[in-house]
Design a protein around this ligand. Structure first.
Ligand SMILES: [Mg+2]
Length: 165
């Protein structure tokens, strides 16, 4: 079995779009005002955000398929800005799956610091995370909502992993 790490925001749930919409309303530039946007993230009511965020490209069913295949040892590896955010994500994943490992990563730490990376797959929508993962000898897979060119292996649905590995 291959170790497979799946990002949460922008891969499982589309939580990013509502937060960025809110940032825009507050006149925050998500690209440059990272500190302010981090603060915004830490103030969000994650329980509500998770409830209201749609699954991306049938991600929940795709994870069920991946589990069934027994090809992967699956963990969720997600950056968090607060323990409340971590708790909401843990509760959400636990309400759907009873045996997935969930690793909340403090926003200021690299995902590569939290686990073994060598030959492990990371599926993430953020190229910065994937670059670090690849440098740490991991296999980087870029997830995007719609097909786009990427320097990494790219997928738009998690069940594509079944054919790739
Ligand atoms: Mg993400």
């Amino acid at each position: 079995m291959k170790n497979l790490y799946i990002d949460f925001d922008g891969v499982i749930l589309d939580t990013i779009t509502p937060v960025y919409d809110l940032a825009r309303k507050l006149n925050l530039d998500v690209k440059t005002q990272t500190k302010e946007v981090g603060l915004l993230f830490s103030k969000i009511d994650w329980e509500t955000l998770i409830e209201e965020s749609p699954a991306l490209n049938d991600s929940i069913n795709a994870i069920k398929k991946l589990k069934k295949s027994k090809k992967f040892n699956i963990s969720i590896l997600t950056h968090v800005n607060s323990l409340k955010e971590a708790k909401s994500k843990i509760e959400f994943i636990n309400s759907l799956f009873n045996d997935l490992t969930i690793i909340p990563v403090p926003k200021s730490c690299s995902k590569t610091m939290m686990t073994q990376t060598k030959n492990a797959i990371l599926v993430d929508d953020y190229s910065g995370n994937l670059r670090e993962w690849k440098e740490a000898e991991g296999i980087a897979v870029k997830f995007s909502k719609e097909k786009e060119e990427s320097e990494f292996i790219d997928i738009t649905s998690l069940d594509e992993l079944l054919e790739l590995f």
